[in-house]
Design a protein around this ligand. Sequence first.
Ligand code: ADP
Ligand code: ZN
Length: 426
Amino acid sequence: MATEELYFNPDKETASQDELISRQNELLKDRVRYVMANNAYMRDLYTKAGVVAEDFRGLEDVEKLPIIAKANFRETYPLGMCCVPKKQIREMHMSSGSTGTPVVMPYTIYDLNQWAECMARCYRMAGALPGDPVQIMPSFGLFNGGFGMYHGARAAELFVIPTGSGNTERQIRLARDFNTRVFTAVISYTARIIEVMEKMGVDLPNLKIGIFGAETVTTAMCEKIHNRLGIDVFNIYGMTETGGVGTLGMDCCDHSGIHVWEDHYYCEIVDPVTKKVLPDGQVGELVVTSLTREALPVIRFKTGDLTRILSRSKCACGRTHLKLDLISGRTDDMLIVKGVNFFPSQVEQALLEIPGVHSEYQIIMEEKDGVTDVHILVEAEEGVTGYVVEKRLKERLGFSPKGDVLPVGSLPRVEGKAVRVVRKKL
Ligand code: ADP
Ligand code: ZN
């Protein structure tokens, strides 16, 4: 393949780590000055923390900046952290609200182009070439998934089939009729597609690439999708606060971690409790700074996502941008039962290792008199018993949740992010 087919922006994607760090240093200084000059809330926050724009030296001073969180967005709803006049805003998106009041992200035309560039790099990194039919299955609306995939596909010169979410039979018919080569979706929706394809008896031989994200992606789920659809599965990462899907990055065909576009974002991994920056390799909470956003650049935003930096050396794909491990969970997703901490992703990984188990499951947390019991509902083929499920979970998690096996099709299907944890008070 020619170089231009492997990269969307070869110079930037293969810049040396030295170049990237020096650019990050300049951009960080610039963003600190910019938010202090253009936003009263941030100026106040930084002034109280003793930050003086003119004295701020860049990366070496980064830990002097206070960490911000979703709470700062909520406190300033709707546009209190915006740095540009309202008439410069061209689009807005809002988080899906998995963890409370949704967060609003405004975009200038410059931000929309920045988003398109990051997303287009992801498409090219997955092997999507100009003219390739791409079916965009996240919803088009306030959720950033649909439009992010769209802006990027325009920049990458793909043939956009903007189906949005739902109507699974039609999705499959269109993919067959238009020889769709690339699927983009919220990962849990792919399980639904596979289910309906089997019912319809349709195969999609032209489908080669799946770009999935928006929620925790386990290797077991990727393997299942890869085996059933015969496609290369990519894990795309981003969030409303950084400017939407794909802004942070994606794994490449080497599948050895998520490349983060370091010329646009600066990553730190911090201890979730002490907020101290951790060395590479250690698992902690990702704190991210958007270095090139205009309407609302986040500086040291605590994502709640748990991961670690796997590598900063040049990858087999030729890219130099650091690689993060798969997101193992969100700090607010962590479940604690009888002194044992675990994440829904660990339950998923354990369940999908059992032959005959399907992708739909729920973790029911039942609290009675201050004691929590865990009950796992999972869809599986005949022959898989509750005992098998309980035994596997005991081996993997270190305690025994009750396992109930249900016939395939029993659990509710959702179009957006899957609801895996249900809390009940008895
Ligand atoms: P929220 O779900 O917080 O309402 P968003 O809709 O902006 O907000 O979703 C962003 C969040 O989704 C991320 O912080 C992360 O928890 C999750 N997410 C997105 N992509 C991935 C991915 N590839 N792997 C794991 N989690 C992801
Ligand atoms: Zn790579």
